[in-house]
Write a protein that binds this ligand. Structure first.
Ligand code: ADP
Ligand code: MG
Length: 637
């Protein structure tokens, strides 16, 4: 067995060894045990399910909340010639149907699903039939109301167990607070408690908090001093643009990134920074997904993050290559007030929430009593404008409705164009013969893409146009004609966030926001925000120790390098220096009286330091001047 999975690692990925804990998790899973794997971001969680799933027959179901990441992983697996597919709210019913069939009959190894799809009949019936070897819950903290990113649709995962009671669950997360750890195992109906955890200590990451009354200036100063690539996190989109501009004015190569940017601009910023064309990216927390850059040398937070969980994740993007890196948080006198304000904005009152719900129904033109299970493209900025709401309040209200299970807001889903042939090869051939004007276009498509007969395949109209040496518009026309002739199914590219209704639209009065839930959520949010504040204000404990204690890892040694450890080391060093000098002076004067000048010559140390110690010894009557102005030891010493 051991050689089997090592073999898998080398054969597909070309890696020669596992990282800490990967092997333990893999063994636990292969032994059929429910397992909770805790590793910090970048620790290598994906391989802990991909390797065992490839080692044994059958299909691995992966539930994961972020569609962009899901697509990323599927693409990467496909590059390794591994059959994988994803279904999420951006997929059409037809696509989901085909994907599920492929999982049933097509020898697929990985099925990625976003949690809101788990409830559908379509999915459940087929899932039951599948030969499943493992159920993976990535970002498993989303199942816990104690976590900082609770998603109600995660509660559905446990229901899946009934269809495959023998199949183990592997839950993975980078959030390791004790309550979440317990809760995840409960909610996923673990047969036995089984937690495997690596230390969250990051040896090469140096934490520091810097008090700042002028953040723009201090960010610039720091970036100038620091070496290499880095991220500056800010809370507002406007700030990201501003600070990037200041940096550029100072001759530093920098750009900005936030969720309000066009997809293209975002991609470009991310890309340029990743390849090192740009040194510093100033971003809101929208910049996070899909960062796989190993040589990030610093992460500066200009504003206080919401929670230690978020901070640890964001700061942890520095130094994944193991080289020395910095995680710096700027703290300011206004942080406390900012935290109070955030609580207000994040928790709008009941009336506001209900009004937002009604507005949403009207905006999407859903009659009361219908809409259950439907998903809609959704532009929150437009929504807020039409109903004269602040975008923040609208967002917070919708998030609360989401937590109550009425709706779900998805991230922006970037779906490229896809096609699938509806005819089999023979029928297509007959079609080509009798419709010769399509012949060369069809041949081009078949030459450019494989798999078009069995599944929806991503195509790129621009590339096809280039190859055919025609305009993109012509390519689109060909595609639509083929659609109308029943030859292909074509899903043009689309990008948009979505709203999904889990229940039919209710009358505003029937919307129930559980006071208890609301209150506890608010309290937990406050707790986390206060823990973050505590981290920024603390002056007496190693930063790394503070964070590790928060993640239930007490008893780690001080890091020795954070701002707090440095101050302590410095004074400890000073104390040691001081004592040594004191002994030296005593030893020398015990032999013979000396003038201060003679002392400086005899003792190989910095003159100022000697003066300081000498002064202290004089003050404490350990030494004295004799009548000839020579220093002598006092008798009592
Ligand atoms: P996580 O999900 O824990 O944040 P990932 O699974 O995305 O981390 O892995 C992070 C990176 O580490 C990936 O680029 C992956 O290829 C790499 N990696 C994981 N395991 C190994 C290994 N055993 N040897 C070398 N690289 C690895
Ligand atoms: Mg991961």
């Amino acid at each position: 067995m051991k050689t089997d999975y090592l073999d898998t690692l080398g054969r597909y990925w070309g890696f020669s060894s596992f990282r800490p804990l990967q092997e333990d998790i893999i063994r636990s899973v292969l032994a059929g045990k429910d397992t909770l794997g805790l590793m910090p971001t970048g620790g290598g969680k994906s391989l802990t399910f991909q390797v065992p799933a490839l080692t044994v027959p059958g299909l691995c179901l992966v539930v994961t909340p972020l569609i962009a990441l899901m697509k990323d992983q599927v693409e990467n697996l496909r590059k390794l010639q591994i059959k994988a597919v994803a279904i999420h709210s951006g997929c059409t019913r037809e696509e989901i149907d085909i994907a599920l069939n492929n999982c049933l009959y097509g020898g697929y190894k990985f099925l990625y699903v976003s949690p809101e799809r788990l409830g559908s009949e379509l999915f459940r019936i087929r899932f039951q039939e599948m030969n499943v070897n493992l159920i993976v819950v990535d970002e498993a903290h989303c199942i816990s109301q104690w976590g900082y990113d609770f998603r109600p649709s995660y509660m559905r995962i446990a229901e899946l167990r009934q269809y495959h009671p023998q199949v183990p669950i592997l839950a993975l997360t980078a959030t390791a607070t004790p309550k979440v750890i317990e809760d995840v195992q409960d909610k996923l109906l673990f047969r036995e408690r089984n937690v495997l955890k690596t230390s969250f200590r990051r040896e090469n990451l140096i934490y520091a908090v810097k008090y700042s009354e002028n953040k723009d200036r201090d960010v610039i100063e720091m970036v100038k001093k620091l070496k290499g690539n880095g991220i500056v996190y800010v809370r507002s989109r406007r700030k990201s643009v501003e600070i990037a501009r200041y940096l550029v004015q100072e001759g530093i190569s920098a750009t900005y990134y936030h969720a309000g940017l066009e997809h293209q601009a975002r991609n470009e910023a991310h890309q340029n920074w990743t390849i090192g064309k740009i040194r510093v990216i100033v971003a809101t927390n929208a910049f996070g997904m899909g960062i796989d850059k190993a040589d990030v040398r610093f992460v500066i937070h200009a504003d206080l993050p919401d929670s230690p969980e978020a901070y640890f994740q964001e700061a942890g993007r520095a130094g994944r290559d193991g080289n020395k890196s910095f995680a710096i948080l700027l703290s300011s006198p206004s942080d406390r007030a900012a935290v109070s304000h955030r609580i207000l904005v994040n928790f709008p009152d009941n009336v506001t929430i209900k009004n937002t719900y009604s507005a949403l129904g009207n905006y999407l033109q859903i009659p009361v009593g219908s809409g259950k299970g439907a998903s809609y493209d959704f532009d929150i900025n437009d929504f807020a404008r039409v109903y004269r709401l602040s975008v923040y309040t609208a967002f917070s209200s919708l998030k609360i409705l989401e937590l109550e299970g009425y709706i779900e807001l998805t991230e922006e889903i970037n779906n490229p164009s896809r096609i699938k042939f509806l005819l089999n090869r023979d029928d297509l051939y007959r079609f080509q013969v009798s419709n010769s004007r399509f012949d060369s276009f069809i041949k081009l498509v078949l030459r450019s893409y494989t798999g078009v007969f069995t599944e929806f395949t991503t195509i790129d109209e621009t590339m096809l146009a280039k190859r055919a040496n025609v305009d993109q518009e012509i390519v689109r026309q060909y595609l639509s004609k083929l659609v109308s002739l029943g030859v292909i199914s074509y899903l043009p590219q689309k990008r948009s966030p979505m709203v999904i209704f889990f229940e039919e639209r209710l009358d505003e009065k029937s919307i129930y926001i559980s006071k208890e839930n609301y209150q506890t959520r608010k309290e937990r949010y406050e707790e986390r925000a206060n823990a973050m504040l505590h981290y920024s204000l603390s002056r007496d404990k190693c930063r790394s120790q503070l964070l590790l204690e928060y993640f239930n890892e007490p008893g780690s040694p001080p890091c020795g390098e954070c701002d707090i450890c440095r101050i302590k080391n410095e004074s400890a060093l000073r104390q040691e220096d001081f004592n040594m000098l004191r002994e030296d002076i005593q030893a020398v004067l015990a032999l013979q009286p000396m003038t201060p000048e003679q002392l400086f010559e005899r003792i190989p140390a910095n003159r100022d330091k000697i003066i300081e110690v000498m002064q202290w010894m004089l003050d404490n009557d350990i030494i004295r001047y004799n009548t000839e102005k020579y220093l002598i030891l006092h008798k009592s010493e």
